[in-house]
Design a protein around this ligand. Structure first.
Ligand SMILES: Cc1ncc(COP(=O)(O)O)c(C=O)c1O
Length: 412
């Protein structure tokens, strides 16, 4: 059997050819697999390299991740916009702590469970961007407000203000509430202008509530192709919140913050009236973002780097110009995924646990046992079906971060 040392020497000498990571079988035969989970639990990452990992699994390139976090932090600092990053794309306390360490003022969450998780981990100023409309969510939002007075959530309907008022009164709790204003996406937000002001006045008048701020999420702008078109879309979508803020000032209402924005519009939103950013994907990036274009490059969005990949193994190679991989539908395989360093490969699916990689170029090949890394299409969907990030420096695993609060009603 080829020893690990021989394999590494061969790789170093360029004898292994294709950029795919070569057969796990020969490289890692000596690894004590029975100890794998106990080593992870003990954070003993000795000898844990990519080639011993079970696939499909998620890999974070630590250096690229760190660069992305710092790039966004530096941008926010230099332009004077606050960052309250969205956690739905990573669902990881480890990632969130690093964002906070680089200056984020809090976190943004999509579900009450995410907010409970992050607040429970000791992170303050967590903003929940949905209004509680079920008894379950109302009771939990009020309970979280009591445990963590820095927690805040949005409303877009006076009915919800009444519901949470009543629940807060019966539990002697004060709430921090922001008004969600329509910004081009019909999924939420009260109409800008007088209706939004009326709702804000209702919140401000409540004995149980503090009007914490406003939110206006222009989701349609996030993936609009070309920076100039994004800038125009964001400006149009946020016209209503700018008008609302003017009216709020005239009405003597406090405007502590205006939250919204995305990875795609991070360097646009401040000029369009936001005081804080809810961007999330920038930490890892996905293929939905790769092609939207940057301020200086219409074709490629390279402000942030692809720091997250899915490692997969070729587990059948019986047909010309294609191989089968263990990255299938259950692992969120998408035809718009891209293979790292191998743009000649097209990703496809063949079922729950089967994917394909196909190519047309002559002279290309992949072999049984090869491993490749794939950029996923939509982070918030993909991260919800994996349970951990293997954090890598080169080929070495240096940390493991659990992905918490993933799927299922208990997590919502
Ligand atoms: C409410 C909200 N804010 C902000 C974002 C921006 O996230 P990203 O930077 O990942 O596009 C999203 C993403 O869908 C969102 O739903």
């Amino acid at each position: 059997m080829t020893s690990r040392r021989q394999l590494l020497m061969a790789a170093g000498a360029g004898l292994l050819g294709a950029p795919a990571i070569r057969a796990a079988k020969t490289a890692s035969g000596d690894f004590p697999y029975a100890e794998f989970e106990s080593r992870i639990a003990r954070r003993d990452f000795r000898d844990i390299t990519k080639d011993v990992l079970p696939t499909p699994c998620m890999i974070v390139d630590f250096d690229l991740f760190e660069k992305n976090v710092k790039t966004m932090a530096a941008h926010c600092k230099s332009t004077g916009i606050n960052l309250r990053p969205h956690v739905k794309i990573h669902k990881s306390v480890d990632v969130a702590r690093r964002q906070i360490a680089e200056g984020a003022i809090g976190l943004t969450c999509a579900t009450i469970a995410e907010a409970e998780l992050m607040s429970g981990a000791g992170i303050r100023h967590v903003l929940w961007t949905k209004q509680p409309a079920s008894t379950n969510n109302i009771v939990r939002a009020v309970a979280l407000s009591k445990r963590d007075p820095t927690f805040l959530f949005v409303v877009d309907d006076p009915q919800v203000v009444d519901w949470v008022e009543e629940a807060a009164a019966s539990r002697s709790t004060r709430l921090r509430v922001a008004v969600s204003v329509y910004a081009g996406m019909t999924r939420q937000g009260i109409a800008a202008g007088p209706p939004a002001i009326e709702l804000a006045q209702k919140v401000a008048a409540s004995k149980r509530m503090e009007l914490a701020g406003f939110m206006a999420y222009s989701g349609g702008a996030a993936h609009t192709k070309t920076w100039e078109a994004r800038r125009r879309k964001s400006a149009d979508d946020l016209a209503g919140i700018r008008e609302t803020v003017d009216l709020a000032h005239k009405a003597g209402l406090p405007v502590t913050f205006v939250s919204g924005g995305s990875t795609g519009t991070y360097n646009i939103d401040r000029d369009n009236g936001l005081t804080e950013l809810e961007a999330g994907s920038y930490v890892f990036m996905d293929t939905a973002y790769f092609g939207i274009g940057s301020k200086t490059n219409d074709a490629v969005y390279d402000d942030f780097q692809g720091a997250l990949t899915i490692l997969t193994t070729v587990d059948s190679a019986r047909h010309p110009n294609q191989v089968t991989i263990d990255y299938g539908n259950k692992a969120l395989n998408r035809p718009t995924d891209q293979v790292k360093n191998m743009p000649w490969l097209q990703v496809g699916s063949q079922g729950a646990e089967y994917g394909t990689l196909k190519w047309t170029d002559a002279g290309r090949s992949l072999k049984l046992g090869d491993r490749v890394e794939i950029y996923c299409t939509t982070l918030d969907m993909s991260t919800a079906v994996y349970d951990r990030y293997y954090v890598a420096r080169g080929d070495r695993i240096v940390d493991v971060w659990p992905i918490m609060g993933r799927g299922g009603a208990a997590q919502r």
